[in-house]
Design a protein around this ligand. Structure first.
Ligand SMILES: [Zn+2]
Ligand SMILES: [Zn+2]
Length: 187
């Protein structure tokens, strides 16, 4: 607990704008949850490199978060913050489990078997479901709202909605009525 608080304070006093893992642990009130998971594994606190790992905001609409490593070096955790708080917490702990799996189970090595036994162990220690991907209703809605009409059926008027335009050099049929889907032109 003390180590976390000190790391968070240091980063603030240095005037860093980027949030780090230790700060987000405090912000989300996860100190005791993280500390007890570490204690259960014989650790007195987060490894310094995990505590100082930057947390970047992601704007991905399909991905809740990711752990980024370059070779043997942890680089950052990326999180989509526009989600329900419990989803944010689960995702953060999911990515932190990757970081600890990397630093403690595979030290000095390129990070491998991302959802293997070592990761599962940390995920379970944090009390989160050791599943690959989480889901968020908020993110689904955001994703849906960004859909645009990309084509209209010539026969029945059905509007095909997608995130991205259809590739141009192909013809598409509306499966329901067999009519031709005419791409909507971008202006
Ligand atoms: Zn993962
Ligand atoms: Zn149709």
């Amino acid at each position: 607990m003390q180590l976390l608080a000190r790391n968070a304070k240091n980063a603030q006093s240095l005037g860093k704008k980027i949030m780090n893992v230790a700060q987000l642990v405090c912000k989300l009130n996860l100190q005791s949850r993280v500390e007890s998971a570490l204690a259960a594994n014989g650790k007195s606190g987060l490894p310094a490199r995990a505590a100082a790992l930057p947390v970047h905001r992601s704007h991905a609409l399909k991905r809740l978060g990711s752990y980024v490593a370059r070779g043997e070096e942890p680089v950052a955790i990326r999180l989509q913050f526009a989600v329900e708080e419990e989803v944010l917490i689960d995702t953060f702990l999911h990515e932190l489990a990757h970081c600890l799996d990397h630093l403690l189970n595979q030290p000095g090595k390129r990070y491998r078997s991302a959802h293997g036994r070592g990761w599962k162990h940390w995920a379970e220690s944090f009390g989160i479901d050791p599943v690959r991907c989480g889901e968020s209703a908020t993110l689904k809605r955001l994703h849906a709202e960004r859909l645009k009409v990309v084509a209209v059926c010539k026969r029945c008027g059905f509007e095909l909605k997608r995130l991205k335009r259809l590739p141009r050099n192909r013809r598409y049929l509306h499966p329901k009525c067999g009519g031709r889907l005419v791409p909507v032109r971008e202006c």
